[in-house]
Ligand binder design. Structure first.
Ligand code: ZN
Ligand code: ZN
Length: 313
């Protein structure tokens, strides 16, 4: 008899999952995740990341990060394979052909605005090497325009100021993590996409390795941080790949070819299985939907699925 009243109280006070206008949930789920960090390595083909035998270009993801969680070998951008539409799908759960030069905000909010609306005392950030990703902080939707926006640190000095090095983006991210411990963060590393566009194949390869090492620094920070350790789920993916060799090769992207669509997916966190490689067909829009499940907020109009097979039984 005691148990019956005890469980709902635990649910409400420990996990704060009751939302405004919520109807009573039929299944009570509680997660240890309090923070989510999404890291995007811009424009790497799967054939150079997990798809390359023994993963020599992503040794940190393969050896240090994969054992902590899940690798999905069948993960895709099934929308527009450009930077802004890819990041928008990851952050909103909706595929939409958003202007790729930063000239427009999305016509609907992303997970950041819904998260901030639900949790006004929590914080969220978009930290990006590419200034044009700052548009994901806002929407032209009149119900959400200029409301519930995440904080941003994008490009040299915000929208319209140009790209910056990934090492600078890493420093900015670590500084924000150290001082603010945001609860929901997107990090964009502009490489290897940026170097690939110059046609430098060796540089493209080297930049995959570099971003792999930057991602590992973030993972090590989380593990050694008393607030983030054990409370933080991490998603690592790409916004798009690059053309496969039959469709133009590594130095461009933007169509439906397998090189552009097939991308890396790795995730780990306190609610996820460990040391598992799966091939369930999932896609970019499923990331935002899964984050909304983990952090317990409504992601309106998403077409994504919750990636149930990530979760511990
Ligand atoms: Zn590109
Ligand atoms: Zn392509």
């Amino acid at each position: 008899m005691k148990l019956k009243t005890y469980i709902p109280l635990l649910f409400i006070f420990l996990y704060s999952c009751s939302k405004k206008e919520d109807t009573p949930s039929t299944s009570i789920k509680s997660y240890k995740t309090e923070n989510v960090i999404v890291i995007v390595m811009d424009g790497a083909r799967y054939s150079e990341t997990w798809g390359l035998p023994n993963q020599p270009l992503i040794p940190n993801i393969a050896n240090n990060i994969a054992p902590k969680g899940i690798i999905n070998t069948n993960f895709r951008n099934n929308g527009i394979t450009f930077t802004n539409p890819g990041h928008l799908a990851i952050c909103s759960g909706i595929y939409y052909n958003l202007n790729n030069s930063g000239g427009a905000t999305p016509p609907f909010p992303t997970m950041f605005q819904y998260f901030n609306e639900t949790y006004p005392t929590k914080s969220s950030w978009i930290i990006a090497s590419k200034d044009k990703l700052e548009v994901l902080a806002n929407t032209s939707n009149t119900s959400y325009n200029n409301l519930f926006m995440p904080q941003t640190d994008c490009g040299i000095n915000g929208l319209g100021t140009g790209y910056r090095d990934d090492s600078t983006t890493l420093d900015v991210a670590l500084n924000i993590f150290q001082n603010q411990h945001p609860n929901l963060t997107l990090i964009n590393f502009r490489e290897p996409d940026f170097t690939a566009h110059s046609g430098d194949s060796l540089g493209y390869i080297q930049q995959i390795k570099n971003v792999d090492s930057l991602i590992n620094i973030v993972a090590n920070f989380i593990e050694n941080d008393s607030i983030y350790n054990g409370t933080t789920s991490v998603f690592i993916t790409n916004d798009h790949g690059m053309h496969d060799n039959q469709n133009g090769g590594f130095n461009n992207h933007g169509d439906n070819c397998e090189g552009c669509r097939h991308i890396l997916f790795a995730a780990y966190g306190p609610d996820f299985k460990e040391n598992l490689i799966t091939n369930t067909a999932y896609e970019q829009t499923d990331i935002a939907t899964t984050i909304a499940e983990l952090l317990c907020f409504d992601l309106k109009n998403t077409t994504g699925k919750v990636m149930q097979d990530l979760f511990k039984e």
